[in-house]
Structures are given as structure tokens and as C-alpha cells.
Design a binder for this molecule. Sequence first.
Ligand SMILES: [Mg+2]
Length: 254
Amino acid sequence: MLNYKAYFLDLDGTVYRGTTPIKEAVDFVHYLQNNGIEPFFVTNNSSMTQKQLQEKIAKMDIHVDIDHIISSSIAAANYIEEHFQGKSVYMIGENGLQDALDAKHVVRTEDIADVVVMGIDRAINYEKLATACLSIRAGAAFISTNSDHAFPDERGLIPGNGAFTKLVEHSTGVEPLFVGKPQPFMLEFIQKKYGYKKEEMIMIGDNYLTDILTGIHMGIHTAHVNSGVNRTEEVQRKNEQPTYCLESLHDWIE
Ligand SMILES: [Mg+2]
């Protein structure tokens, strides 16, 4: 399965589950690399930096260049650089978002800002939400890394960034722009940087509503893997089908 030049792999549920690697995906990455193809990794996780993600997958024997790891925080920073250069930014988020904004020399403020950007923040509080709402009511642009309402930890499903973003949206009446999956900003960024044609690109993931729809929105081929949130049978009931439904990425190793 070497028909493409740019392979975009989701991380959680596709390459690993929590801290456990998915062997079939690790083998597939090695197979691509042995054939001279360096895949990209595309995650809605905004809390971890590129370096932290690189170190995490390195422990699973996946060794990639840092530029091949794109998170929704990177997408947010790129978007702000492109559309709001020189504007002040109020951030709710963790290391991953802070690091991405700093790398683009974004001017951050703790006060009323021109742009509000939200990512998951496990130290979120009333004052942070108030500053975000006051900025947006004063006319700030409203950007959020991703719309995931919940994500799993050991205890079960806990609130995701989309839940807090919804709170700010509800209070202000202003809809955010989401830059993570299923919006195609992360893929567009890579396409622009490396000049791939759409027919050379494929998005691979376990989640229909994020990964597969990202590829469909982008107009590229998609592959669903049966290793994470959506089972193959669920995906096959959807109107718009992925290009491929795979049991695992071992299906593609010759
Ligand atoms: Mg996933």
C-alpha cells in the first residue's frame, strides 16, 4: 500500500491507546519508513508539545522528525499567525498551546485581548472563563483548538475542551472557530508547506466524526481502522463512506 506520498495518522486509538502502542500501526510506520516515506501524525490533543508527543511515540519505537507531528495547538498558532499577526491573545490552555504560541512569537496578555484561544486546561477557573467572555463581548475573535466534548481517562469520560468552549459560546452568543479535526486546517498547513496534491494524501484514523470527516472535508482519501472509538459496523452505516475500512494497518503491509 504505497499509493500515496503523504500519510496522515491520528494518534490516540490509531497509533496507541493511552500509553500502549498498537503494534499493527507501529509496524505500518516502519513499513512506510523502510520504503522511504515519512508519515505525518495529526492529533486534536492540544495539551502536549510537539516534543512531548515525539518523545511519547519514540518510547513506542516510532522515530519521526518533530515537523511531522501536528497538533490542534500548532494549527491554532498557525492560524493566529496568518490572520491575526501582531494582535494580543488571551489563552486558556496548557503547555502544548503555550509552546505553539510562543514559537510563533504571539503576543499574549492576561487582560482583555483581540483574540481568545481555548485549548484543554485542567487548571481552568471562573476568572479565566470571565476574561475570555469579556474579551469576546468586546469584539475579540474566538478560536478553539477542538470541539471534543469528552475524552477518556482511567475513571471514564471526563470533560474535553469542547465542553468549556461551549460554556463560553453559551455565555457570549458567539460561535468559535475550531481549528482541530474535523476541520482540515492541519492538513492544509502540511499541504501548503510540502506542496502535496490531494490525490497524494490519505487520512487514517479510528474516529469517524473527527478523522474520517477531516479527510472528506479536505477532499482526500481516507482509511478507517477498527482499533479505537468507532467499530467498522458503525462506520459502514454512515452516508459518506471512507475510501477504505481496515481491520488494522497490518492489512496494508505486503
Ligand atoms: Mg483517535
